[in-house]
Design a protein around this ligand. Sequence first.
Ligand SMILES: [Zn+2]
Length: 296
Amino acid sequence: MIGAVDIGGTKIAVGMLNRDGKILARRENPSGAELGLQDGLALIFSMLRETAQQAGGELEGIGVGCTGPVDPSTGTLGQIEFLPGWEGNNIAAELQNVFGVTALLENDADAAALGELAWGAGRGAKRFIYVTISTGIGGGMVFDGSLYRGVEGAHPEIGHHVIDPSGPKCFCGAHGCWESLAGGPALAARAGLSSALAVCRAAEQGDAVARLAVEQEAYYLGLGFGNLITLFTPDVIALGGGVMHSRHLFSDKILQTIQENCGLVPYEKTRLVPAQLGGDAGLAGAAQVWIKGSSA
Ligand SMILES: [Zn+2]
């Protein structure tokens, strides 16, 4: 069995999976990510021991998906906004020392892309893009079975390509990037409600302001997906993240926008499908990081 560690902005999840992607045991700690480095690592170690004991198999290796930036080639954490003080820690080496098996680290969106490709919506796709749309927008791209990496292993930030240069300033430096216009908070703000989910609920009940906000959201989503299709003409784009739970509200306008913007490529051949792993995407992805990396 494979140990999986998913470190996000708001929680740490740990699990044991078999090679078919089945989760044999799992633990989750909502406050984990707020801990300092030493307490955080101690928590991860104990969650791994507990889940390994519960699952009862032999631990082959450990995969880690972590909110970025991370350096997959060394297993080192970068300067992560949600994990102050963790920068420079070689979490892969620490896990290796403690558990005596190899450990591999990957950006969490890239990990989720690998998980969806192996066990979810991307199965069999030669050119696969996974996009998650929630508070932020992120994703990973897998072409011919290999995770696409940028220069020196950099993780491309598909959520921060510019949709409208006259749009709001984002922390990434750009004005009107995809995340700043189509992330959950942008949708909520457009309708003056507390969350994207609240806007979607109000739109379903016919609220005019919410419906307009949803229409605008779908347009921005369509522009972003259209850009990905024009640039990469992938077989499949899998849509994950909380906002996509309400994709029925957006899909017509998304498809219309893609049609209007992607005239030079066979856009109709790209399948936009819901991600399939849902809440398991993080752990499945982390396990797949190790399976893929250890067989390379
Ligand atoms: Zn941005």
